[in-house]
Design a protein around this ligand. Structure first.
Ligand SMILES: [Zn+2]
Length: 104
């Protein structure tokens, strides 16, 4: 249930990332606390950050699907997930989607 709630919050951009904190006038980091290279939003945190992309690459390499790891220019986490899931072999798609839920 926690995973489902987190993914729902991420898809609807309801996670308390810097962009959301800024919109509410709350203290927030200027750049991503992990990479210090770009502004932090949920897209960056889950699929755009250099560290996130490394995690995806290494996790997907375990099942031989590292070529589906997100690139730096993904428009959104859910768009990357949708396209990557469609590219995953049919017999591995359910496992791929489970991995995405758990890694995210
Ligand atoms: Zn980052």
């Amino acid at each position: 249930m926690k995973v489902k709630l987190f993914i729902w919050l991420a898809v609807w951009k309801r996670c308390w990332t810097a962009d959301r904190l800024a919109r509410r006038g709350l203290p927030h980091p200027v750049a991503c606390p992990t990479c210090d290279q770009e502004a932090e939003d949920i897209r960056h945190t889950l699929s755009g950050c250099v560290f996130a992309r490394k995690i995806w690459f290494n996790a997907l390499r375990l099942i031989g699907l590292q070529e589906l790891a997100p690139t730096r220019r993904e428009p959104s986490f859910q768009e990357w997930w949708r396209r990557a899931s469609a590219r995953a072999p049919r017999d591995m798609r359910k496992g791929f989607n489970t991995m995405v839920l758990l890694v995210a």
